[in-house]
Design a protein around this ligand. Structure first.
Ligand SMILES: O=C(O)CCC(=O)C(=O)O
Ligand SMILES: [Fe+2]
Length: 345
């Protein structure tokens, strides 16, 4: 993106809750440099990248801290192979614990002015280079994480993340649409894209940063954002995106579970941990749990069939991948469309 603007840095307001709340309401994001001591991120990076090397995604013999990807292993969310590697990273206790670091909890509490808690579901993104059609597309987080418009996402690189490595970009003030916009099928992570230029009340000026370890970007559930493509030759992008909710607010049931691409249950994860304090911690809170709204995904599933029939390559790829991943549960319509197109699963 050629006309990217710089995110506004809000370190000057870090200890002024009212100013943080004003900026969040006005601009739809807050960005801090070195909110967390970078050494904590470097330590987490070592642990996670070492596991990523162990599962075979980094070039053997390279320093795991450099994150040099094996380009023959390019996988993404939705691929069985991604799930297999991600599951090993997802078991790491410190990765889950990082969402509970006081630096994050304190600042979120100040920016919303109420008691908060991290969603049980934590997310790491392990993004391969030159695999850009799978980049996280433009979206509002509400379609994925639901529960409440007041949820706050925290996106943080685990290490440095210059523009070419594909950090997060937002449209300031886009949360002011004050509604969930129509989302469409996309091949990128999450599978849903919003076309911000379809909406007159949005001024689509994208902002991002050359992120450094310890930096963190926060935004509410309606702010439009996307990841930038990873254009590096050979580097993995490793980042956290975690969510915080107001204590006592509504939470969608699926956010109480591990992140789906890991294909794990808490009982698969907890035996790998050394401490007890974060196991099922949310059960001590009285939040309102609601069922997941499946309508966003359902709409995209209808669209993907139509697009595939019309020859859209991303749609065809998505159907093929789905059928290959879980042959036992593939919908008859999907097989029908692939058959019509003469494509073997
Ligand atoms: O890191 C990514 O690719 C996606 C992150 C994202 O959309 C989020 O943090 O909500
Ligand atoms: Fe998102």
């Amino acid at each position: 993106m050629s006309d990217l603007k710089e995110l506004r840095i809000s370190n000057d307001a870090m200890y002024h809750p009212e100013e943080l709340q004003r900026r969040l309401a006005d601009e739809g994001y807050l960005f801090f440099k070195r909110l967390v001591n970078p050494d904590k991120l470097w330590e987490l990076r070592r642990e996670m990248m070492s596991m990523i090397q162990e599962v075979g995604w980094l070039v053997a013999g390279t320093d795991p801290m450099d994150g040099i990807a094996d380009l023959d292993m390019r996988y993404t969310e939705g691929d069985n192979e991604y799930s297999a590697g991600y599951a090993e990273v997802y078991k790491i206790e410190n990765f889950h614990r990082s969402a509970h670091w006081l630096e994050y909890l304190d600042i979120v509490e100040r920016m919303v002015g109420q008691a908060i808690m991290p969603h049980p579901q934590k997310i790491a993104r392990i993004w391969f280079p030159k695999y850009t059609e799978h980049t996280t597309p433009k979206h509002q987080d509400f379609v994925h994480f639901q529960g409440s418009y007041d949820n706050i996402t925290c996106w943080a690189p685990i290490g440095d993340c210059p523009i070419e490595l594909g950090g997060l970009a937002v449209i300031p003030e886009s949360h002011k649409v004050n509604r969930v916009l129509d989302h469409h099928f996309s091949l990128g992570a999450g599978g849903l894209i919003v076309h911000e230029d379809e909406h007159e009340d949005i001024n689509p000026v994208w902002h991002s940063a050359n992120y450094e370890a310890g930096d963190a970007l926060f935004f509410p559930a309606l702010t439009i954002h996307q990841a930038l493509p990873n254009y590096t030759e050979d580097k993995l992008r490793l980042s956290l995106d975690n969510r915080y909710m107001l204590v006592g607010d509504t939470v969608a049931e699926h956010m109480l579970n591990p992140h789906e691409p890991s294909r794990l249950a808490w009982d698969d994860i907890y035996p790998h941990w050394q401490h007890e304090d974060l196991k099922y911690y949310w059960k001590d809170y009285d939040n309102r749990i609601v069922e997941r709204d499946l309508s966003f995904g359902d709409k995209a599933r209808v669209e993907v069939l139509e697009l595939a029939r019309a020859g859209n390559e991303h749609a065809i790829y998505a159907l093929q991948r789905g059928a290959r991943n879980s042959p036992e549960t593939v919908e008859p319509e999907v097989l029908e469309v692939l058959d019509e197109l003469g494509i073997k699963v």
